[in-house]
Design a protein around this ligand. Structure first.
Ligand code: HEM
Length: 395
C-alpha cells in the first residue's frame, strides 16, 4: 500500500526518527513486484534498464559493474538504535523505488527517476557503528591494520555507514544520492562522498582500463560457485548470511612519474602487457599466469615483484570492482587514482594478508599510494516489504 500522497514527506522527515520509521514502513511495499534475485530487466533504452532491489544479496556487488559509482560515507547523528533502523528503512524504501525507475516518496524531482540506468543502491555498516550502539562486532569485520605503504588522509577514513550507489546514468545517480542524503538527514550526516567511473569493457572479461592504462579486473570470481566461495557470508546470524564485506581503499596514482615509463616497463611492473592485458609470457588476457616460467637467462618471465606476481602468489581471493577517480583540489593539483572496492567473506583471510604482501613486495608501490581506507559489512539483501538489516531489530 502506498503512503497517503497528501501527507508531506518533508513534514514527516522533520518530525524525527519515530515518524520516519512509520513513514518508511508504510511506504515499503509500494513498488516491490519481484521476489527474485537482483536480475536485470533490460528494456529498449538502456537508461531504462532496472535491477531488482530485493533478493538474497544486496544489489551492486555481483550485478554488472555500472559506469559510475558513488560511495557516501555517513555517521549517525546520535547513537540510537531507532536512528539506525530509520536509516535502513528510509534508504531501503528509496532504493526499492528509485531502482525500479519510480520516484521516491515525496520525490521533489520525480521526473529524474524515470531513467535509472541500472541503478543499484546498497548499505554497509562500519565498525564504529557497532561500537556506538554497544553491539558486538561480527568476526567478519576485523580492524584493517595500518600498512607500510599507507599515507592515509583522515578525510577519507572509516565512517559508521556507507551508501553505495551505482548507475549508468549520471542524472539518476545524482538524484538517488540527493534523495537519500536528504531523506536521512535527521538521523545521519554525510562525512565524505567518493565518486568513481570505469572505462568501457575491454578484452574478453568484464575488466576495463584504469587511469594507468592497465586492463584491470581480469582475474575475479564470476561463477555462482566462486561467488559463494569468495564473497557471500554463509554463517552466523540470518542478517549476515548472504551478506559480504566491502573494503574500500582510495589509492592515489602518481601518474606524472608513471607517464615517464614506456609500455614495456609498465608491463614489467604490472606483470601483464599493457596493450591487451595478457600475462607476460602469454598472448591473451585470459591466459594462465605462470609464475614458474623462466626466460633464456633463467630469470622469471613474470618478475617476482610485479603486481600480478605478488598479488597472485598467496592464493587469496576477493571480488575486485575497481573504479577510477579524479578530482581537482583547491590548491590546483589533481588527485587521481583508483577507488579500490573489493568484496569478500572476511578480510582477515583475504584482503589483509594480500595487502600486507603487496605493501612490502610490490614494485608498483612507487606509483600508487593508499590515502583512504574503510571497511563495511553489507547485510544480506532485503525481502519485499522489508528493509536491509531488518533481522537486526526482531529481537
Ligand atoms: C591503484 C592500485 C591498483 C592497481 C592500479 C591495480 C591493478 C591491477 C591490474 C592491472 C591487475 C591485473 C589484471 C587483473 O587481474 O585484474 C591486478 C590484479 C590483481 N590485483 Fe591489483 N591493482 C591495484 C591495487 C590492488 C590492491 C590494493 C590489491 C589487494 C590488496 C590488489 C589485488 C589484486 C589481485 C588479487 C589481482 C589478481 C592477481 C591474480 O591472481 O592474477 N590490487 N591489479
Amino acid at each position: 500500500m502506498d503512503m497517503n500522497p497528501s501527507l508531506s514527506r518533508r513534514g514527516l522527515l522533520a518530525a524525527g526518527g519515530v515518524a520516519l520509521i512509520g513513514a518508511a514502513s508504510t511506504g515499503c511495499t509500494a513498488t516491490s513486484t519481484s521476489t527474485g534475485t537482483n536480475s536485470m530487466d533490460a528494456s529498449t533504452n538502456s537508461l531504462q534498464a532496472t535491477v531488482n532491489f530485493d533478493g538474497e544479496h544486496q544489489p551492486g556487488i555481483s550485478t554488472p559493474a555500472p559506469l559510475l559509482t558513488t560511495f557516501v560515507g555517513m555517521d549517525l547523528l546520535t547513537a540510537e538504535i531507532s536512528n539506525l533502523e530509520a536509516f535502513l528503512m528510509l534508504v531501503s524504501d528509496d532504493a526499492r523505488r528509485l531502482m525500479a525507475g519510480q520516484p521516491a516518496l515525496a520525490d521533489t524531482e520525480p521526473e529524474n527517476a524515470t531513467e535509472p540506468g541500472s541503478l543499484t543502491i546498497g548499505i554497509g555498516m562500519g565498525r564504529p557503528l557497532f561500537g556506538k550502539l554497544g553491539w558486538s562486532i561480527p568476526d567478519q569485520l576485523p580492524p584493517i591494520p595500518a600498512f607500510s605503504v599507507d599515507a592515509l588522509d583522515p578525510r577519507w577514513g572509516q565512517t559508521d555507514l556507507v551508501v553505495q550507489i551505482g548507475s549508468d546514468s549520471p542524472l539518476a545517480l545524482q538524484h538517488a544520492q540527493r534523495m537519500i542524503t536528504k531523506d536521512v538527514s535527521t538521523v545521519a550526516r554525510t562525512v565524505w562522498v567518493q565518486e568513481g567511473f570505469r572505462g568501457s569493457l575491454v578484452g574478453s572479461t568484464d575488466a576495463s582500463r584504469n587511469l594507468m592504462g592497465q586492463i584491470d579486473g581480469t582475474i575475479n570470481p564470476r561463477t555462482q560457485a566462486d561467488l559463494d566461495d569468495v564473497v557471500w557470508i554463509n554463517e552466523g546470524p540470518a542478517w549476515l548470511r548472504g551478506g559480504t564485506v566491502l573494503v574500500l581503499r582510495r589509492i592515489r596514482m602518481l601518474l606524472d612519474t608513471w607517464d615517464e615509463l614506456d609500455p614495456e616497463a609498465k608491463g614489467i611492473i604490472t606483470g601483464r602487457h599493457i596493450h591487451n592485458g595478457a600475462p607476460l609470457g602469454g598472448e591473451q588476457e585470459t591466459d594462465p599466469i605462470d609464475l614458474g616460467a623462466v626466460d633464456g637467462r633463467g630469470l622469471p618471465v613474470i618478475p617476482a615483484n610485479s603486481h600480478v606476481a605478488v598479488a597472485h602468489q598467496g592464493g587469496e581471493r576477493i571480488l575486485r570492482r575497481p573504479f577510477n577517480y579524479s578530482i581537482h583540489e583547491a590548491d590546483g593539483s589533481t588527485d587521481a587514482g583508483q577507488l579500490f572496492a573489493a568484496y569478500m567473506k572476511n578480510p582477515a583471510e583475504s584482503f589483509i594478508p594480500l595487502q600486507e604482501r603487496i605493501s612490502t613486495l610490490d614494485s608498483m608501490n612507487r606509483w600508487v599510494q593508499p590515502i583512504g581506507s574503510a571497511a563495511y559489512l553489507f547485510p544480506r539483501g532485503s525481502q519485499p516489504e522489508s528493509f536491509i538489516g531488518a533481522e537486526l531489530f526482531t529481537g
